[in-house]
Write a protein that binds this ligand. Structure first.
Ligand SMILES: Nc1ncnc2c1ncn2[C@@H]1O[C@H](COP(=O)(O)OP(=O)(O)OP(=O)(O)O)[C@@H](O)[C@H]1O
Ligand SMILES: [Mg+2]
Ligand SMILES: [Zn+2]
Length: 570
């Protein structure tokens, strides 16, 4: 029976601690220059090294050659306070969770009066200090404020705000942090090497994710994987199974199916998730995380390897291809839908149903009239027309995707493609104006004050401020404002429009076109996370509306995805 990894590898000096330089560097400097305080407070999340550091500090202070920043390891005190040592009479660890009363504090005060039995200091480590009651702290206040010269206090706690401020202000406070993934990954890899354990690629990333930045938790998980391994080899399948993550291959196949609009494959993958007994909630989380990663890859290209450190190069390359097939607006849209699906799954009676509704919504952006839904549709439309330039992340906005290729484009949207709706026309009007201005400033000046008021997929209704404007709009043959506008609309939306002029009512004030809200796909891809969060916020606000639409959606999903026909007279 072997002891747990985290005990066997408990650091014995500050240099062995990982990810806590904000604490270890200044502490070591203080020890070196002999500017040691009489009381310390170590705070921070679970399993990040607080208790360990308290013991190391005690070891540094009481080393025969100390106080030092690096304990000698040979003197009696160092040996007693080592990992496997018996403990020292002069270092007293008190678990505040069970000694939190005033009486305990009084007893402590009495013990403080005695001199150390052998070493330099009598050191009191009060672990889980947040458990001490207010009265307990108050009883301690005096000694913590002015302890005898031979006494040192080290408080360790996960909740520093619960340590009363009068105590806190008498200590030097060192905040510990969660250990960043890259450092944790490296540490675990070293540990596997020294344990002579082979782990498949991807396993340690999963452990790091599950460990959530706590060294103890990560080590425990690794320990468990090693214990369950055969011939000291931890396989990826085992790790996925034990830690409950979605297999990368399954994620890849779902993403590919989404990109290809392959509903059958998507639903069969979902079915595999359910059949394998995996938690649908976890699957959706993993899916969302993958889409987030894809957005990052889409925004910064291969430089993403600096951001997504724990993803191997070949996976990154696969993801780059997925971004190309998927399209950035569609990714943003998918992230929205998935994130919303995640919220809805909380407390849902049938997570499987929610999951299926969610994926079908990702499959059918055409059903969604929101801005990103529309953008996703446009992107899909472009791809079907063979125009979807897989532009690099920094390329021109989606608003000019068909710019130079007009010859190859049919004169109107090809049959079978979703028509451009009035919603899309409205939300793209800002882009149309920008395009128009870039082609002809004078045409733009004519069009700007006019108001588009309707579009049926082919005929655009425009209300003119006055007769004169309407005339100017028409005049000028192939370079008339109307022709230039037609061109601009085509370049932005891929449709060739006809016009119907509607005159402003006599006496009605001239309406100034307030440019409809602009779609800014560039912002969507360069600041994906913030934008997605904003979107998520928006989605949350529209929750009620969406819930109403859900019933409708299920219906349209059946029709669009599965090709079902409604049965008359039910
Ligand atoms: N920064 C670190 N570097 C290396 N190992 C660490 C670190 N932090 C924790 N560990 C490992 O985790 C184990 C537990 O750490 P420790 O008891 O110091 O955590 P803690 O911060 O006191 O947690 P808790 O709040 O749960 O008491 C240690 O034995 C050690 O193996
Ligand atoms: Mg502790
Ligand atoms: Zn020593």
């Amino acid at each position: 029976m072997s002891t747990a990894l985290y005990r066997r590898y408990r650091p014995e000096s500050f240099t062995e601690l990982i990810g806590q330089t904000q604490v270890t560097v200044p502490l070591m400097a203080a020890l070196k220059s002999d500017r040691v305080n009489h009381a310390y407070l170590f705070s921070g999340p679970r399993g990040c090294g607080k208790t360990t550091s308290a013991r190391i500090l005690a070891r540094c202070l009481n080393c025969a050659e100390g106080p030092t920043d690096t304990p000698c390891g040979k003197c009696a005190s160092c040996i007693e306070l080592s990992r496997d040592g018996s403990g020292s009479l002069d270092v007293i660890e008190i678990d505040a969770a069970s000694h939190n009363k005033v009486e305990d504090a009084r007893e402590l005060r009495e013990r403080i009066a005695f001199a150390p039995s052998r070493d330099r200091y009598k050191i009191f480590i009060l672990d889980e200090a947040h458990m001490v009651t207010k009265d307990g702290f108050n009883a301690l206040l005096k000694v913590v404020e002015e302890p005898p010269a031979h006494v040192k206090f080290i408080f360790a706690t996960t909740e520093p705000e619960k340590v009363i401020s009068t105590i806190r202000s008498r200590t030097h406070h060192y905040p510990f942090r969660l250990v960043p993934p890259a450092q944790m990954l490296e540490y675990l890899a070293e540990m596997c090497a020294s344990e002579k354990v082979k782990v498949d690629e991807g396993v340690l990333s999963l452990v790091v994710r599950s460990g959530g930045g706590s060294v103890r938790d990560s080590l425990s998980l690794l320990d468990q994987l090693i214990a369950g391994s055969e011939k000291n080899h931890v396989t990826y399948e085992r790790a996925v199974g034990l830690l409950g993550y979605t297999d990368l291959a399954l994620l890849d196949s779902v993403i590919d199916a989404f990109a290809a609009g392959d509903a059958a494959e998507v639903f069969s993958s979902v079915d595999r998730v359910i059949q394998s007994g995996q938690d649908p909630h976890r699957f959706v989380e993993d899916l969302l995380e993958r889409v987030r990663d894809l957005i990052v890859v889409g925004s910064v290209g291969l430089a993403a390897k600096n951001v997504l450190r724990d993803i191997p190069a070949d996976q990154l390359e696969r993801m780059r291809l997925q971004v190309e097939r998927f399209g950035k607006a569609e990714l943003t849209y998918a992230a929205e839908v998935i994130s919303e699906g995640l919220t809805r799954m909380n407390g849902a009676t049938s997570p499987k149903l929610q999951l299926e509704l969610m994926v079908s919504k990702v499959l059918v952006p055409a059903q969604d009239s929101s801005e990103t839904g529309s953008l996703a549709r446009i992107e899909r439309l472009e791809r079907r027309m063979g125009l979807g330039g897989n532009a690099p992340a920094t390329a021109a906005p989606v608003s000019t995707p068909v710019s130079t290729n007009t010859a190859a484009v049919p004169t109107n949207t090809a049959a079978g493609l979703p028509a451009v709706s009035w919603d899309v026309m409205q939300s793209s009007w800002g882009d149309v104006m920008t395009k128009l201005a870039s082609i002809s400033r004078s045409a733009w000046q004519v069009v700007l004050p006019q108001t588009p008021i309707g579009f049926d997929g082919s005929v655009l209704d425009i209300r003119f401020a006055n007769e004169h404007d309407m005339q100017v709009f028409k005049d000028g043959g192939t370079s008339s404002p109307s022709e230039v506008l037609r061109k601009a609309i085509f370049e932005v939306l891929g449709v060739r429009v006809k016009y119907r002029a509607v005159a402003a009512h006599v006496g009605e004030p001239v309406v100034q076109v307030s440019t409809p809200k602009k779609v800014e796909p560039v912002a969507l891809v360069t600041e994906p996370i913030a934008k997605v969060e904003e979107k998520i916020e928006e989605v949350n606000q529209n929750r009620n509306k969406l819930i109403d639409e859900k019933a409708q959606m299920g219906d349209s999903v059946l029709r669009d995805v599965l090709g079902a026909e409604p049965i008359e007279g039910n």
